[in-house]
Write a protein that binds this ligand. Structure first.
Ligand SMILES: Nc1ncnc2c1ncn2[C@@H]1O[C@H](COP(=O)(O)OP(=O)(O)O)[C@@H](O)[C@H]1O
Ligand SMILES: [Mg+2]
Length: 256
């Protein structure tokens, strides 16, 4: 479904990804973990094609994202849904109009068809009662649900979740994780979630990968991942202050 091959990325002189390779099979829920600033959101933006890598290639189904012309890229991107870290809803539009937006902009469906799809997706995330509310009238968890409904309206084959439980209290965070699992299973959609939250990662993942200093240093199913002998993974899992991860380490990839 998705493949990254030896992807390098830097912003000005700051190296962020230093040869990332990853493969995601259909209907997997891959969770990529890493410290804040390690390049997790960058990976999602590269897959969406809103960023281009310095080198390496990225595939989505049969398309090489990194080679597509703008028009074709926009078309291919309709098969991907993105749930942003801070939900990214338009503050002037109510819930219904936020969810309808991709359908209005990218399809020629009638008002009736759009209403029906919006209702169906809002129902899936348990937000049908809140159609008329503005984003400012919603809690963080509700905003996340709406953002999830919006990501589903074009029936994507792949959904990308950027820190889905960030900023939510632990209980609401777990509820959102459960929703991610049930929705992706029901719609047979493949997902990539990036997070620095361990509990959330272990709930969601069918496979896990750890990003550290620009590279994937471990990749395994959750049970094996837990047993990892890599000291960085072990420290990340335990949240210990003892180990190779230093406070400043996210700011630079050590040059050998
Ligand atoms: N557009 C940008 N311009 C310059 N630096 C950026 C840009 N986007 C991200 N970065 C830097 O790249 C690093 C990785 O960012 P990001 O992918 O957002 O990390 P994460 O999502 O893991 O917290 C950070 O140090 C960030 O400051
Ligand atoms: Mg991020």
């Amino acid at each position: 479904m998705v493949e990254l091959r030896d992807v390098h990325m830097q912003f000005e002189d700051k190296k962020v990804l230093d040869g990332v390779s990853l493969k995601v099979e259909p209907q997997e829920r891959l969770v990529v973990m890493g410290q804040t600033g390690s390049g997790k959101s960058t990976i999602l933006r590269l897959i969406l094609g809103t960023l281009r890598p310095a080198s390496g290639s990225i595939f989505f189904k049969q398309f090489e994202i990194t080679r597509l012309q703008r028009r074709k890229l926009q078309q291919v991107r309709r098969s991907m849904g993105m749930v942003y870290q801070y939900s990214a809803l338009l503050s002037s539009r109510n819930v219904r109009d936020n969810v309808a937006l991709p359908l209005e902009e990218l399809t020629d469906k009638s008002r009736e068809e759009i209403d029906q799809i919006v209702d169906e997706k809002l129902d899936l995330v348990g937000m049908k009662h809140a159609k008329e509310l503005l984003p400012s009238e919603l809690s963080g968890g509700m905003r996340k649900r709406v953002s999830l409904a919006r990501a589903l309206v074009l029936e994507p084959e792949l959904i990308l979740f950027d820190e889905p439980s960030a900023g939510l209290d632990p209980v609401i965070g777990s509820v959102i994780d459960e929703l991610i699992i049930s929705l992706t299973e029901k719609s047979k959609v493949t997902s990539i979630t990036v997070t620095h939250e361990m509990d959330s990662a272990f709930r969601i993942a069918t496979r896990m990968a750890m990003l550290y200093q620009g590279k994937i240093i471990e990749e395994a199913e959750p049970e094996q991942f837990k047993q990892s002998e890599n000291p960085v993974v072990a420290q990340f899992l335990s949240g210990s202050t003892e180990g190779p991860i230093l406070e400043g380490s996210r700011d630079a990839i050590t040059t050998k």
